[in-house]
Design a protein around this ligand. Sequence first.
Ligand SMILES: Nc1ncnc2c1ncn2[C@@H]1O[C@H](COP(=O)(O)OP(=O)(O)OP(=O)(O)O)[C@@H](O)[C@H]1O
Length: 760
Amino acid sequence: MTLLPDIKAADAACCGGGGNSSSDASSSGSGSCGNVNTKGQLHESTKGCLGFDCCTAKAGSSSEISIDETASTSSRTLAAKVNNNLSNFDKEIYANFDHCQKVDIEFSDVRYEVRKFSFPERKFVTKEILHGLNGQFRAGELTAIMGPSGAGKSTLLNVMSGFCATGVSGSIRVNGKPMSPKSEKFRQMVCYIHQDDLLRPQLMVGEVMLLAAHLKLGFKVSKTHKMNLIKHILTLLGLDHRYNVFTAKLSGGQKKRLAIALELISNPPVLYLDEPTTGLDSSSCSSCVALLKKLALQGHTIVCTIHQPSALIFEMFDKLYTVVDGHCMYQGPVRELVPFLAEQQLVCPSYHNPADYLLEVAVGEHQRDLDELINAANVKYYDDVARYRFIKPADVTRIMATIKENIEGSKISQKQTLPNVAQFSSFDYVKPAQQDLALEEIKALSGASKETTFELQEKQQSQSLANVTVTEKQQHLPISSASFLMQYLLLLQRILMCARRNYFLLLARIVSHIFIGIIFGYLYMNVGNSATSVLGNYVYLYGSTLLLVYTGKMAVVLTFPLEIDMLTREHFNRWYKLGPYFLSLISFEIPFQSLCTALYIIISVHLTGNDSVESFRIYYFILLGIMASLSAQAWGFFVGATLPTKLAVFLGPILAVMFSVFGFCTRYIDITPLFRWMWHLSYFRAGFHGALNAIYGMDRNFLECPDTAIYCHFKSPAVFLKYMMISDVHMSDCLTLMSIVIIVMHVLTIATLWYKLNRR
Ligand SMILES: Nc1ncnc2c1ncn2[C@@H]1O[C@H](COP(=O)(O)OP(=O)(O)OP(=O)(O)O)[C@@H](O)[C@H]1O
């Protein structure tokens, strides 16, 4: 029997866009997704609703493994069992993930402290948020981090994912080897999906996926294979029917799944998710956890924080990690929670959701000393670790002998034994050679069929998958991210696509420059060549510089901080490097702002009659206007990258005023010596003086003095420049200063972003 229809039904029912269904059960505790017994456990009757894995412990029609038996070791064994029943199509989907590296993470004495300045105490104070946590997140398992609000769940996730590295102490071991979360190797294994989905609303699901595939897989993988992979992932996540839908139009649950789909492209062994179910209705919530379970079954290490799951959803998790006030209050299999609490004289009432009960205990509703529970949790953890961790290779033989004895003496049934053996054999601290030996032993002594032994070892799973009709390339996608140039081109393409579809803002920028150009032109109509209107023209040039500087700066000061959040996440998840990202951003912003500036100047210069002079003056004016605007834009990027938006919109103009006061509208001799450095550094001043020089300097002929005028003091433009004390302005100086400002500010912006992205 093929499971294809089941899987499709599953996706439709549980994970799919239909998004109905199974989850009704999540709120009621039972329902279409199967029945839940009084302990909140699923019965075998869940079969058929989710294909095979969504509802935790359903094992396909041929399964003989009951839920309880599989609960602890279910993931790998169950996945293997189900794989036997997959159609080729389904196997193709899974084949894309069968090379997921298995990563077990163990952490001990993990502490996290923040150092903040306390205004009441007028000194820096250190606050410890995580107080020496120990634990394990294992491959093939779905682990929930639970706890009351403010307990430290997100902080633990941030620390374990390497998203927060400063202030962290303790040790993290990956597959038994110590590893720093800051290390490149660690980062290659981990993806972190934040609570809020930051997706570009102007792009369609398929476009976002393809872009991510190009960025993450590089161009050694053909587009056909990328498209296949995308199709497989979207099918797996129940999003295939949303391929041509804009991300803005996805439901909350679909957005969450898309966020996961995007990260799955690089098939990361470890996925951390911060509250993936928050904001979802019970149906989407159930679908989301079912999906995570499905991914865990494929060998990923999946850890997520969750708030108050229903009994059904709670049962879907393999492991639970409870955090209370920065301490661990329970960690272990979900099914062992109730017995653990009972041992602590905390008896979860029948029909009560254990997750709710746990939270009640955690917030102190049951008047239980939490320190005692924390201690008990620690003892249990070390007990569990000791049970497996310190098995010496020599012990393998002894354990095998016991198993053999048990099977031969029929003390326990084979079906009971196998999951235990699977758990044992998958344990990393036993040398691989010993594991192989053990498996061979089991194979021989249990007399199991090839299919039965196959479920014991992931190695054998993939071997089996290799037998199906999956092409070589699908099994061995050569993952190497896109080159610098390709990253740049892809990101630029994304910006252009977004700009094309969300043209309102850009159109507003262009229209406002044209509109103000007309207004200014109208206000200072024909002042350009008249000796009586020199001061009017001076004000026009002043106003123009002011306008171009402000539009250049404010356009990015306000939008760039929003970009930074997205950059932080995509960069952390290794989509691209900072260099190509920033280059693509300015490759769009610089020409666009230049275009706006040029449009404004061309229109206003014509209306003000400034174009009646030699054309090179107008070219200079346009060039200087563009340079001044780009200098301000570079400052805007820097301010936006450095300060939070609220501070940036306040401090940006203050800086602009300082630079304009000391140079823009003040003569050099009027400036206090203390602030004269500002005059020299002011790009405002350089732009404005350069513009004045372009219009009135460089040996311009006399201006027209109307017959009606008795006397034209500024008939000679040189007199006016001398009066304004700017007769010795050199164009090259102005252009050089502004070029330096542009380059220095962009370099500083990149340095700031680099620091922010890597400080963590
Ligand atoms: N950078 C920080 N500076 C100061 N305090 C912090 C910082 N980060 C976290 N905290 C504090 O640490 C505690 C744990 O925060 P965390 O966000 O991890 O809680 P949580 O369990 O995820 O809460 P919730 O469920 O409400 O999201 C909170 O009291 C929070 O105020």
